[in-house]
Write a protein that binds this ligand. Structure first.
Ligand code: WTA
Length: 669
């Protein structure tokens, strides 16, 4: 990525102050917070986070750095995540809704599941996993579940037993799921027969069968596939149920109705879940999150940055298959005793008013979504929000940079000028927010995420490791000076990759046990203005952000290379009005093959099959040759300039400069 080497110029946006009606009721309005969380008070300041949880055994050491940079938080403590998200609320909130489930078909009733009901369902599911399947603490289980209540129920049932869940986004292909089963060494896959998307009941069990086949080929056997049914008792998949391997969960739980499973008391440093995410190589990384550190972090953020009070109705429109859903649909909000909304389907189906109708019907007052969804809703129905009678006090944007103009529509039209907005910048690896304004304390600035949240100290370094001072107007690599409790523990089974990816560039002493020697490198280019507000420009590595979803270019390229005719493949991020960026795929063919429309379609389909539909390229350009340096490196930067109709710059030093003009004419004609 090149923009980080240049000074960036933009119009500095004006501050917008949070509405007094919001501030008056906000959980966090004490300005001493930043002082309390200064680096002088590190790491003890994070005690405040841990104290939001119920511990079976209180911890003795806040931060243990002896295995740096694998940080251990709240050492000596014991707790259970499912207990903290469910059981501890029963005294006060037993009859309050924990989950509102909004099915896609509008004639299907919304399910309002109380904390008591959630407790019952988590317990009976945990009983199946423990007593029927034989799972125990430390085992891994892969979940390939869409947005129905069975997903959080299954996650919490795993957490109750200390079983490590690895949820794979349902939109990922069976093959992608199979690779993750293999890497995590799961012997059990939990899936569903089908789910709704844009008016269709999709067959999902077929993906499970494929996943298990792929895992087997890689050397990982799966003993059991547990299948929830979208409609209990009524199976809606074409995939056969295999005797002795496949079981219907809705039948199994019946045998354990009313069974109480004692939550297993786990060490704070136990593993809560793995979440696979894309990086610079083709192999996805199993990001490993702890129980105590992670849960305390997302709980604090839910309470203070999301401003969740137990009486709020909170709707995060992300998918639980991504980190946003884990942290801010399930663990954070439930730990904070919220009523959290789970929405099946897509925001603009069947029409542009769907989202606002739901908000009105459920009295949603906290709303959380991505810039892509905001752009889609704005395009489909710019005047729709005004037609509905809902009132948001707080709104979030997450996952990609938001253009100030889009931010203003969100603020004025969706929020009706009455909501505080937080633009939260963070990552799968970070567990929870890194940069955001504190909604009851700091002004918003459209297009900037904000300063570090309390306890997070961001800094921008140039490529040589010199600090770029706030207000210098230069972009660089955004890093965090200190560890924090929500941070990943490591990459599953790959400590070396963890150390080199996040610390390789700026750590100078690999033996140091002092956290000050280990700034965390996020992999984003950013600029910090003089007030400390951070504006994120985008990834500096081979990751593409499509509609706020993180995809690896290498994964897409490897998928293209599975097509017999393809010799070379290069993916670049093309700018898109709605999705931010989308993949554009360039391929060259082996000798003897001809370019054709059919071949382009075949390559595109290969990407869908191997990675998933979300990775499908906007276009497949079959080019005569790739622009290359003399040492043979494909110049993706040039391809990106062609796709985005920018200046390709000086190409005379390439091995094959003439091809650039040929490609430009082909693509831009
Ligand atoms: C990008 C999603 C700008 C960024 C929570 C990061 C953002 C990647 C923002 C992580 C934001 C996330 N503004 N860019 N508010 N939030 N990003 O792991 O490039 O799916 O590195 O986590 O999304 O994506 P991930």
């Amino acid at each position: 990525m090149s923009e980080k080497h240049y000074a960036v110029h933009w119009q500095e946006e004006e501050y917008i102050y949070p509405p007094p009606s919001f501030v008056g009721q906000a959980n966090l309005t004490d300005p001493s917070i930043f002082e309390r969380f200064s680096l002088d008070n590190f790491p003890e300041c994070f005690k405040e986070f841990a104290d939001l949880l119920d511990w079976d055994q209180y911890w003795h050491t806040t931060l243990d750095t002896s295995d740096a940079p694998c940080w251990k938080w709240f050492v000596g403590g014991k707790l259970n995540a499912s207990y903290n998200c469910v059981d501890r609320h029963l005294d006060k909130y037993k009859n309050k809704t924990a989950i509102h489930f909004v099915p896609e078909p509008e004639d299907e009733p919304i399910v309002h599941m109380t904390y008591q009901e959630l407790y019952r369902r988590v317990n009976e599911t945990a009983a199946v996993l423990r007593d029927f399947v034989g799972l125990k603490a430390g085992d891994r289980v892969t979940l390939h579940l869409p947005m129905t209540p069975e997903l959080p129920i299954t996650m919490l049932a795993c957490a109750r037993l200390g079983v490590i869940h690895s949820q794979v986004f349902a939109g990922f292909s069976g093959q992608a799921c199979g690779e993750r089963i293999w890497d995590s060494e799961s012997r059990v896959l939990i899936t569903i027969d089908g789910y709704y998307r844009s008016g269709k009941l999709l067959d999902h069990k077929v993906n499970g069968d494929q996943a298990v086949e792929v895992a087997k080929k890689l050397g990982q056997d799966v003993d059991k596939i547990l299948v929830w049914r979208r409609y209990p008792g009524k199976y809606s998949s074409a995939a056969p149920m295999v005797e002795g391997r496949d079981y219907f969960m809705d039948d199994l739980v019946k045998q354990y109705r009313g069974k109480i499973v004692q939550p297993v008391s786990m060490p704070a440093e136990g593993i809560l879940f793995l979440m696979y995410t894309s990086g610079s190589t083709g192999r996805p990384k199993g990001v490993q999150h702890s129980i105590g550190g992670y849960l305390s972090y997302v709980t604090w953020m839910s309470k203070n940055i999301q401003d969740i009070h137990p009486e709020d109705v909170y709707w995060c429109m992300a998918d639980i298959g991504w980190i946003t859903g884990h942290s801010f649909i399930v663990y954070g909000p439930l730990s904070a005793a919220a009523s959290t909304v789970i929405f099946e389907g897509v925001p603009t189906y069947p029409d542009a008013g769907r989202v606002w109708r739901i908000a009105e019907e459920l009295d949603v007052n906290i709303f959380h979504t991505s810039p892509t969804a905001i752009r889609q809703l704005r395009k489909a129905g710019p005047d729709e929000p005004a037609k509905y009678n809902y009132d948001f006090k707080h709104m979030t944007t997450v996952g990609e940079p938001i253009e100030p103009e889009v931010w203003r529509w969100y603020y004025n039209v969706v929020g009706k000028g009455r909501a505080a907005i937080v633009d939260t910048w963070w990552q799968t690896e970070t567990g929870g927010f890194l940069c955001s304004t504190v909604p009851g304390l700091s002004p918003m600035k459209p297009g900037s995420a904000g300063p570090g949240v309390p306890g997070i100290h961001p800094v921008i370094f140039d490529d040589e490791g010199n600090e770029i001072k706030p207000g210098e107007g230069k972009a660089g690599n955004v890093c965090i000076r200190n560890p924090w409790p929500g941070q990943m523990q490591t990459i599953w089974k790959d400590r070396d990759r963890y150390v080199s990816t996040y610390y390789g560039k700026y750590n100078k002493d690999p033996n140091s046990k002092d956290w000050r020697d280990w700034p965390y490198m996020a992999g984003d280019a950013a600029v910090m203005s003089s007030d400390g507000y951070v504006r994120i420009l985008g990834r500096v590595d081979d990751v593409i952000n499509v509609a706020g979803h993180r995809l690896g270019t290498k994964e897409i390229e490897s998928a293209a290379l599975t097509v017999e005719e393809v010799a070379e493949a290069a993916v670049i991020a093309a700018k898109d009005e709605i999705k931010g960026t989308v993949p554009d795929l360039y391929v060259s063919l082996k000798p003897g093959y001809e370019a054709s429309q059919e071949l382009a379609v075949k390559i595109s389909q290969a990407v869908s099959t191997v990675v998933g539909k979300i990775a499908r390229p906007r276009s497949v350009h079959i080019v005569p040759d790739m622009p290359k340096t003399r040492s043979g490196k494909i110049m993706r930067r040039i391809l990106a300039s062609i796709s985005n109709r920018g200046d390709v710059g000086d190409v005379t030093s390439l091995a094959n400069p003439d091809v650039v003009e040929q490609i430009r004419r082909q693509v831009q004609s």
